[in-house]
Design a binder for this molecule. Structure first.
Ligand code: PBG
Length: 317
């Protein structure tokens, strides 16, 4: 059954299609041309204009879901630009809604690390620790601003306790009853976010995120986090990063049957890019193998910086 492509095609178990991919995109305020991200070759901090062009190009390849990250010109201790109705994140959402209407799904990362001057995902107390419930209140402001700008789904990524419920309640209270939540439910404290922190300019200025992101050793706890987010009103739950946590994806899919996303993160992208740039691995084969394995583990959807290339390669296959 392995001898020819036609035979192999008959018994192939796992599908990989552009519609299963979500492209993360960065947009930065106050630049007049797209800025390449050094540690993520092929990725850019976009202007509103280049964001629109890139999204149109990606959609043309069959990937019609986007996760947006805004990088403001002005940061403060509270991260107040995150809920500014005219802040860069909201302008990006509006630009893509104008471009696509209902023909694409516009998702927005909902967090504070890109917006705070200290780089943490929430309000920080005098002891340097993030204050959970004060942070939730800020998240509800961001949720209303993003939904108001037209986001189809918001993606809380700060790993605060109760964030999905707080956001659901805030959205419903303002009539945004159709706005969905794609919850970064099991997000591990990972070394693989390194390049993203350059791209989104959100590296913590002191300490790290181990006080709120998950211990990589814990799978049972990941399942509790995922169940909690489902109970609080998540529409899609996410595991992040992807490859080091394929077991968590599989367990979550088996035990909940819920729509599952996996985030193939910046460091996972950078590893493939670096090795292929050196001629050590074949980029196209490596990317399609990795994305297929994430699907095989049980992810319905994959957030990946390879989305545009992968869609093109899939069409050629
Ligand atoms: C937080 C956020 C992070 C990523 C997505 N949302 C960074 C972090 O938690 O430090 C990482 C994504 C990636 O590495 O590709 N807003």
């Amino acid at each position: 059954m392995r001898r020819t492509p036609a035979l192999r095609g008959l018994i192939r178990e796992t599908t990989l299609e552009p519609r299963q991919l979500i492209a993360p995109l960065f947009v930065k305020e106050g630049i007049d041309a797209a800025v390449p991200v050094a540690s993520m070759p092929g990725q850019f901090q976009h202007t509103l204009e280049s964001l629109r062009k890139t999204a149109v190009d990606i959609a043309g390849r069959g990937v019609t879901a986007f996760m947006l990250f805004g990088i403001p010109a002005r940061k403060d201790a509270e991260g107040s630009e995150a809920w500014n109705p005219d802040g860069i994140g909201q302008r990006a959402i509006r630009a893509l809604r104008e471009e696509f209407g209902e023909d694409a799904v516009i998702m927005s990362d909902l967090c504070l690390d890109e917006y705070t001057d200290h780089g943490h995902c929430g309000v920080v107390g005098t002891d340097g620790a993030v204050i959970n419930d004060e942070t939730l209140e800020r998240y509800t402001r961001i949720a209303r601003a993003q939904a108001g700008a037209g986001a189809h789904m918001v993606g809380p990524s700060g790993m605060m306790d109760g964030q999905v419920e707080a956001i659901r309640t805030a959205l419903d209270g303002e009539g945004h009853i159709e706005t969905g939540i794609i919850a970064y439910a099991a997000k591990f404290a990972s070394a693989f976010y390194g390049p993203f922190r350059e791209a989104a300019e959100g590296a913590p200025k002191f300490g790290d995120r181990t006080g709120y992101q998950q211990d990589p050793a814990n799978a049972d706890e990941a399942l509790r986090e995922i169940r909690a987010d489902i109970a609080e009103g998540a529409d899609i739950v996410m595991v992040k990063p992807a490859l080091p946590y394929l077991d968590v994806i599989r367990r979550a899919k088996d035990e909940t049957g819920f729509p599952m996303a996996a985030y193939h993160v910046s460091g996972e992208y950078a590893m493939i890019k670096a090795a292929s740039a050196n001629g050590w691995i074949d980029e196209r084969r490596a990317v399609l193998e990795v994305l297929t394995s994430i699907r095989r583990a049980g992810a319905d959807l994959i957030l990946t910086y390879h989305a545009a290339d992968a869609a093109t390669w899939l069409a050629e296959r």
